[in-house]
Design a protein around this ligand. Structure first.
Ligand code: NAP
Length: 474
């Protein structure tokens, strides 16, 4: 059986695509989800304190606003519930095949269809293939010698071991990125000692999180109230935070807030020095937390900046020869973000392999969505569509709208195929590369935005609003 559309992944992007397809009257589609439930990163990341650092009124679908968000920055259970409710409200679950991992997708040029193979040996076909697998779905572990020999408990932040009680334990955390910054304040009071292995300090701006009360909720029941919040946060992201990631003047306000927070929350000058970044603001994702520094200032918490040399059966050995003995070691070491669509094998025209050949120098797609030689394929949240300053849900909705517009045009014009011209892709990529060279991401820091050779393949270098304008013009 051939579907009109196959969507891979049932996270924020896949659900958005599915809902919009249904609303457009398309019912011949299937969402393939390798997990047993929906939600993507909001299903996988259940670590203590997991939540979104983009305010909920902006980090939600424009077509499914909620008046009853509990707070400015909701935690993971509330975000997951939101996605589940959306799936129910728009009757999407019937379209999802859970526990079905797509391993290969091959474009059948004669039939103008994609042939999909599943991990259990099944075969499905669709005219249009939409990937919605995200950028942060595969945990990355550090590659230290001895990692497998650690005799205590060990897990990744994205696969939190909730059956393991950290109370009274000597706990070590490798990594100080957005995930670690959220769970460290939650586990610090529980552990006997907490050793934080920091490779690089980050810029941390205040979150000023707060709960919404009855006045807010009354306001959010009106479209004007919701729009004011959504629009206000969007404008803040596309002006102040955008300026911060472009090294602009307005962005200095953010740097001032980060420095002031560090000064007021960390009284110890040596610790303050260790926590002061040596790269410009925005080079890595700006962290947002009110609780991180106070957690690091606790008596039972130590920040270790010595290089890790190996993992031993008892703990972590650093370059100064110290063995930090631990009961539990938690990896807050992020995801393999630049390996887009891995481990799937995707074959386009003339047997061209997407990851291994077309993307041999790093992932790239026209507006992050389409690749020459791969007809009828759309990527959601693909290369260079992540944001350091605004909500990726906005980007996803923009992309979904483009997919629908293209499908409508294909039907209207009786076309079986759509493909981005190589010339358009080259012009786009040249402009993008020029713009990327002027961003703060190139300022010499390490980050998941870059490939091993230093190419930024994850982020969009302009304002989010510009992305929508460009897509409208297509
Ligand atoms: P991450 O940003 O990639 O941070 C990984 C951390 O681990 C960094 O501090 C990194 O140090 C460290 N690290 C990696 N390998 C290491 C090694 N071999 N030895 C020592 N340290 C090592 O990962 P993440 O914190 O999971 O966050 C990933 C992304 O998820 C975020 O950027 C964000 O987009 C998303 N996220 C979002 C939210 C939200 O609220 N919206 C929350 C959590 C995560 P270096 O800095 O030196 O590389």
């Amino acid at each position: 059986m051939t579907d009109h559309v196959a969507v891979i992944g049932a996270g924020f992007a896949g659900l958005c695509m599915a809902i919009r397809l249904r609303q457009a009257g398309v019912t011949s589609f299937t969402v393939y989800e390798k997990g047993d439930s929906l939600g993507g990163v909001w299903r996988d990341n259940t670590y203590p304190g997991a939540g979104c650092d983009v305010p909920s009124h902006l980090y939600s679908y424009s077509f499914a606003p909620r008046a009853d968000w509990s707070r400015a920055y909701p935690l993971q259970p509330e975000l997951l519930r939101y996605l589940e409710e959306c799936a129910d409200t728009y009757a999407i679950r019937l379209h999802i095949r859970f526990g079905t991992e797509i391993t290969t997708a091959h474009y059948d040029e004669a039939a103008h269809e994609w042939e999909l193979r599943t991990a259990d040996g099944g075969c499905r076909r669709a005219r249009i293939l939409v990937t919605a697998v995200g950028q942060l779905n595969r945990p990355k572990f550090p590659d230290y010698e001895g990692l497998a020999e650690f005799a205590g408990t060990s897990f990744h932040s994205a696969r939190w071991d909730h059956g393991h009680d950290l109370t009274g334990e000597r706990v070590g955390v490798i990594g100080t990125g957005p995930s670690a910054v959220q769970f460290i304040p939650r586990i610090a009071p529980q552990a006997r000692t907490l050793t934080v292995f920091q490779r690089s300090p980050n810029w941390v701006m205040p979150k000023w999180d707060y709960g919404y009360g009855p006045v807010h909720r009354t306001l959010f029941r009106t479209a004007v109230g919701r729009l004011a919040f959504r629009g206000g946060w969007f404008a803040f992201g596309d002006t102040v935070l955008y300026s911060a990631v472009r090294g602009g003047r307005l962005g200095r306000l953010v740097e001032y807030l980060c420095r002031r927070q560090l000064r007021t929350q960390i009284p110890d000058p040596a610790l303050r020095t260790a926590l002061t970044p040596d790269f410009p603001l925005g080079c890595k994702r700006i962290l947002i937390s009110d609780e991180y520094y106070p957690a690091l200032a606790r008596d039972n918490v130590e920040v270790v900046t010595e290089k890790i040399v190996r993992i031993t059966p008892r703990g972590v050995q650093t370059a100064d020869g110290t063995e930090h003995v631990l009961d539990t070691l938690i990896h807050g070491t992020g995801f393999t973000a630049t390996e887009f669509l891995a481990p799937m094998t995707i074959t386009g025209r003339s047997g061209q392999l997407l990851r291994e050949q077309a993307w041999a120098d790093g992932a790239a797609a026209h507006l992050g969505m389409t690749v020459p030689g791969f007809p009828n394929l759309f990527l959601l949240y693909g290369p260079n569509t992540n944001l350091g300053n605004n909500s990726v849900v906005f980007m996803i909705e923009t992309q979904v709208r483009h997919v629908l517009d293209t499908l409508t045009a294909m039907t209207r014009e009786g076309r079986q195929e759509t493909e981005v011209p190589a010339r358009a892709f080259e012009i786009f990529q040249r402009d993008l590369d020029d713009a990327l060279r002027t961003t703060v991401w190139e300022a010499g820091c390490n980050s998941w935005y870059k490939t091993a050779t230093g190419r930024v393949t994850t982020n969009w270098p302009y304002r989010a609003a510009r992305y929508r304008r460009l897509i409208r013009r297509l």
